[in-house]
Ligand binder design. Structure first.
Ligand SMILES: C[S@@+](CC[C@H](N)C(=O)[O-])C[C@H]1O[C@@H](n2cnc3c(N)ncnc32)[C@H](O)[C@@H]1O
Length: 430
């Protein structure tokens, strides 16, 4: 991407958006809903880059800035992070980045021109981070967790994967087209792809605008991370089954389930997350809406047991850092017990709604054992009617999957997708 002609107004807009992320807002939401002004591809790239390299940039800025970063005004910190990111990772002219960043502070009405000028002029573009946090671009508690759970070599591999852009994967919508015909349509257009999980999970070798992929308007495919598709495969849904998608929004797995299950109930506690499914289900030629309900309760249940239950649990999302680099800035270790408690309550409540011999698949996009293996082993310890089943669907084909005591852990990888944990539980006769 041409990075010349950096402009102060662009930097100021990027800084306003980055400030919201620094305050805790979700990066993707900030980019897509920021009050009318378009975030250009360049601003989007700066924002993703600044979040991805947040820890090494912060390390160098800490050394150069006489005020602790935590005491800086957020807008000023954002200008510094963006400036340092561009100086190190773009080919724009050094003096232009510094002077336009200084001018951006005036647009932002901050009296920090001197500080921004002094710090950015001293940025060392060949700086090698000295701390492990800066080298791996991860917070120290993640590093300690990953090291303790997976060992040093996998920690290094995970850290590298998380710095690489996540791939664009598709799921062929088999209610509209068979996978071979869809693959044929890609060949005809010269779009290179790899078949990941047979036959309907495809990774494009090069990301491209979704609407330019054949069959977009016709609903031939959905965009869905390849590893995210595993949980629904593991659920082994057959026609006629009564199925519950308990944590459904925004609805990616709901749509995947609908290819097989007509008798599907989709719930989510957050009413604001259901809008996307409306338009996406229309494109795919399906009909579904998400009911707003709390799946830790039974007030919404009509008393008919489910043959299959999917719990795609709310979690730390640590498996999606390559796609959502702000996750590593926002997660704190003390959030984990709260998440684990919610995950356990969802499992305990919904297990009672599962029919005898039925299957429940629990999954998270987390790499942390506190939300995965620990939750399942606690659950098993409290229930006599649970049998853990092996997951044969898909996962063995992925070189970055690890069999755990109660499920499968998939690791993030630029060729495969996000990190996921999947556990498949059968309900035995009481
Ligand atoms: C990982 S997301 C689900 C992603 C979704 N299954 C998909 O594939 O698009 C977890 C969801 O759980 C929902 N959630 C959190 N607590 C809940 C509860 N008590 N009952 C139902 N849904 C809940 C969140 O609102 C969030 O939408």
């Amino acid at each position: 991407m041409a990075q010349r002609h950096v402009r102060s107004d662009e930097i100021a807009l990027a800084a306003r958006l980055l400030t919201r992320v620094l305050r805790g807002d979700n990066l993707e939401v900030v980019i897509h809903r920021h009050g009318g002004q378009a975030a250009t591809p360049r601003i989007t790239a700066w924002l993703y880059g600044s979040c991805r390299h947040f820890f090494s940039l912060s390390e160098q800025l800490t050394r150069l800035c006489h005020i602790p970063l935590a005491k800086l005004d957020y807008d000023v910190l954002a200008v510094l992070l963006l400036g340092a990111y561009q100086l190190i990772h773009s080919d724009a002219k050094r003096h232009a980045i510094v002077s336009e960043s200084v001018a951006a502070t005036t647009i932002l009405r901050k009296s920090a021109a001197g500080l921004v000028n002094a710090v950015l002029r001293k940025i060392d573009t060949a700086y090698e981070p000295e701390t492990t946090v800066g080298q791996l671009e991860l917070p120290d508690w993640f590093i300690a967790e990953f090291r303790a759970t997976y060992g040093e070599s996998l920690l290094q591999q995970l850290a590298a994967s998380m710095m690489t852009r996540a791939p664009l994967s598709l799921r062929v919508n088999q209610t509209k087209i068979d996978p071979m015909s869809f693959q044929g349509a890609l060949w005809e257009q010269g779009i290179a792809f790899v078949e990941l999980y047979r036959p309907s999970t495809i990774r494009l070798c090069k990301p491209r605008p979704i609407a330019s992929i054949p069959g977009y308007a016709e609903g031939w495919f959905a965009v869905q991370d390849a590893n995210a598709q595993l949980a629904v495969h593991a659920l082994q849904v057959e026609p006629g089954m009564h199925v519950l998608d308990a944590c459904a929004a925004p609805g990616n797995k709901t749509l995947q389930l609908l290819e097989r299950a007509a008798n599907l109930t989709a719930l989510d506690a957050d009413a604001s997350r259901g809008a996307w499914l409306k338009t996406e289900s229309q494109r795919l030629g399906m009909q579904i809406s998400i009911e707003t309900a709390d799946a830790t309760t039974r007030s919404w249940w009509d008393g008919e047991p489910f043959d299959r239950i999917l719990i795609d649990a709310p979690c730390s999302a640590t498996g999606t850092i390559a796609r959502h680099p702000d996750v590593k800035m926002h997660r704190a270790q003390d959030q984990l017990p709260l998440l684990a408690n919610l995950q356990e309550r969802l499992l305990n409540n919904l297990w009672e709604l599962l029919s005898e011999n039925g299957l429940l698949v629990y999954c998270t996009c987390s790499l942390l054992r506190q939300e995965n293996e620990y939750v399942i082993s606690e659950f098993i310890a409290q229930h006599r009617d649970v049998q853990v089943e092996a997951i044969s669907e898909g996962a063995p084909g992925n070189p970055l999957s690890q069999k755990m005591a109660h499920g499968v852990q998939l690791f993030p990888d630029p060729n495969w997708g996000d990190g996921f944990y999947v556990s498949k539980l059968r309900k035995l006769a009481a």
